[in-house]
Design a protein around this ligand. Structure first.
Ligand SMILES: [Mg+2]
Length: 367
């Protein structure tokens, strides 16, 4: 007889969530999160959720291609025991190396189901090293001065004190935006995320500009192109501001290259850009070699972001949390799970991710 943790059913459905303010970054613009939800059910009856938030910078992932790949992975997973999740993740990687978001969705649902089957919270499964409330930053997309200041005031009023400013389209305007926010909210600290949008020269001019007006810039995230590790290293040394590598790191090999070139102080870990199991390995490797960790996401609901928060609580070692995208969405298609109170994320207590997803129309079932 097959084991009670055998994967017997995989369901996948599209989920559209409108974004309150258009999400504009140096590389593009998004008004609706067009994601996929995944539910995996085991023979014993436990089921778990995952989310696929397409990561277009990698191999042009979009929802249609993600769904197609996810269905192939689902077929391959059927009949396998969830407790062999590392083996299954290896299989997923061999089948779909260039589709990290699809792998991530299946892997998350697999671990959520396994944890519910075993009655343990996902963070407990990962070790429960750092179970406490944590604070996230809040993202301010690229917008005109007036809009930037009004968004900043709103978030400040809700308790946020670390602002992640999207920059990299026009460094003159970026300096003006940070300066304007700093003038009205002088105790705020900033992360500047250029999403590869700056040249080295623009970035230097940007940093000098914001320093001159007294802005407290705590992290410079991915200022230049992902391949330009020497550029990252140069900016680290020339500006004295800690640099975070985001788009530059999707694999352990990428972490090694960052280390060799001394290109960053932080690695921004994201389950969507590398897959969940690889993200765990990246975090462990980066930390072992003295890099600091931040954790972020694509435009995700509380399913994927709950999984990332689970890594924070379970593995420990994450200094900077950029787990804010559910707060940028106009609706929450999930009940249960972790909660937000202003900028604080409150851990959950039940098994797995301890949440339920809604809006399951147009479900594709693989069994
Ligand atoms: Mg980033």
């Amino acid at each position: 007889m097959a084991a009670q943790d055998t994967i017997t059913k995989v369901e996948i459905w599209p989920i559209d969530v409108p974004i309150t303010d258009p999400f504009v970054v140096a590389t593009g613009r998004l008004v609706t999160a067009q994601n996929l939800f995944v539910r995996i059910t085991l023979r014993g009856g436990a089921s778990g959720y995952g989310e696929i938030a397409p990561f277009p910078e990698v191999g042009g992932e979009d929802r249609a291609s993600c769904q197609q790949v996810a269905m192939q992975l689902a077929k391959a997973a059927l009949g396998r025991p969830a407790s062999q999740y590392r083996k299954i993740a290896r299989l997923f990687y061999d089948m779909a190396a260039s589709h990290p978001a699809s792998r991530c969705g299946l892997e998350t649902a697999l671990l959520d189901a396994l944890c519910r089957h075993n009655g343990v919270a996902l963070w407990g499964f990962w070790g429960g090293v750092d179970v406490r409330e944590r604070e996230t930053d809040i993202t301010i997309p690229i917008a005109d001065l007036e809009r930037t200041v009004s968004l900043a005031r709103d978030w400040y009023g809700r308790g946020f004190r670390l602002f992640k400013m999207k920059v990299g389209a026009d460094f003159h305007q970026d300096v003006r935006r940070l300066e304007a926010v700093h003038r009205v909210l002088p105790d705020v600290a900033f992360i500047a995320d250029a999403n590869q949008g700056f040249t080295r020269e623009d970035c230097l001019a940007f940093v000098n500009g914001v320093k001159r007006v007294g802005v407290r810039l705590v992290i410079l995230e991915q200022p230049v192109a992902r391949e330009d590790l020497d550029g990252l290293a140069a900016l680290r040394h020339l500006t004295g501001v800690p640099v975070a590598a985001d788009e530059s790191v999707r694999s352990i090999l990428d972490v090694r290259n960052v280390l060799e070139r001394q290109a960053a102080d932080y690695i921004n870990v994201k389950i969507m850009k590398s897959g969940l199991l690889n993200a765990m390995d990246i975090a462990a490797y980066a930390r072992a070699y003295g890099l600091r960790l931040m954790i972020g996401g694509m435009v995700e609901t509380r399913i994927a972001m709950g999984c990332s928060f689970g890594l924070v609580l379970g593995l420990g070692g994450f200094d900077v949390l950029d787990l804010d995208t559910p707060l940028l969405l106009a609706a929450d298609p999930v009940t249960g799970g972790y909660r937000y109170e202003g900028p604080r994320l409150l851990p959950w207590t039940g098994p797995g991710l301890d949440l339920e997803a809604h809006g399951a129309d147009a479900v594709t079932t693989i069994e």
